[in-house]
Design a protein around this ligand. Sequence first.
Ligand code: AMO
Length: 431
Amino acid sequence: MDKNQRVLTSECSEHVNEVVCLKGWIHRVRNLRKVSFVILKDRSGMIQCVLGGELTNFKCTNESAVELSGKVVSTAQQESGVEIHVDDIKVLSPSVPMPFEVNNDDIEANLDIVLNHRVLSMRNQKVQSIFKIQSKIVEAFQEYLRNKSFIQIFTPKLTSQGAEGGANVFKLPYFGKEAYLAQSPQFYKQKMISAGYERVFEVAPVFRAEEHNSSRHLNEYTSMDVEVGFIDGYEELMKLENQLLIHIFQMVKQSCSNELRLLNIELPELKVFPKLSLLEAQHILMEQFEKTSPKGDLDREGEKLISEYIEKEFSSPFVFITNYPTDKRPMYTMPNQNNIEWTDSFDLIYKGVEITSGGQRIHDYHQLIKSIVSKGLILDDFKSYTDIFQYGVPPHGGFAIGLERLTAQMLDIKNVREATAFPRDCDRLTP
Ligand code: AMO
């Protein structure tokens, strides 16, 4: 092979006795009297490199970017079965000392420092694994839906109205008018259904001007949205999300076994997720834990306890909570046919945290207008959304999964910021 062509550390065992070129970062240097050991890391893993002769006493700071060439030699001492006997090493770009040690198993610095130095903290193998797994989650989400003939859509994040209601919308000046940052692609995914695509998904940032500085709220997060036309009911959507998550778990398990091992995570085989109506969930909370719930909702503690109960009784880390009351859901939510006080909607709780909201939408123009008015909203503000409902919009519905929350729950990460490459919260706009 061409000795100038780069080989990854994970590929070295295929090149025993050959001279290869490796590129990566210095993980650690250990200088003994007659030999130096360099652990080199690249995107695929790490390898031990041995520097003897003139190259001994190699001086280079950890995390410098280097290029080296050397012979791949078999050795029983290394897990990979090989090491590199280096004959040339060049520093491509040196590193000054790190503000904290990144090459221990865990970074011993508080979360603020880790986030202030985000790029450096990602040099840590465990932190790096989080975002490799996150990338696989998105890939699996897209793959599953594409195979079911969904198309990916791209909708504007500068909008003229907030889709989710409430005060948590960012306003900004827009050429003499006022614009909002999208709280979700809700209206646009419905518009794409109405445009005739029937099955759409989007993975994109959304913005929430939440003042909660909590461990599960971000001001910008990635929403994985799904919308389906011609549905028979909201149960169909829960079934789709259940299957989608089974696929995501399978793909992550298959493709990220090293990352999961590093993070000490064993993913379960997912089955059919249990479902409880909100009233049933509230009843269980009262019976089992003497816990009262806020009217028409579960609070954080309630979500946690109901998850623990479901895990114990049904061995499921996921549970759907269905049929929230009409006054707690956005104006686009379909009321239940038998009792309009309740909706055909659901949340999905994963290990005590809500990772999804979804449901069937109102598709009848007059019903939608009534719903908007009954929520005390100004009809005119929603004209470009409501108008399309006069042109044959089929029964439809969908859901959205918060990517960072899903990642955090999957990997037992306590704070959603750690599952966000560059988190935005009330105090953080950099890096
Ligand atoms: P909802 O507002 O419940 O529903 O949001 C859906 C999911 O997005 C995630 N999420 C957040 N993640 C991090 N920080 C936040 N501040 C935050 N807010 C929400 C959660 C949540 O379950 N249009 C509907 C969805 C639909 O019906 O299709 C919506 O946006 O994981």
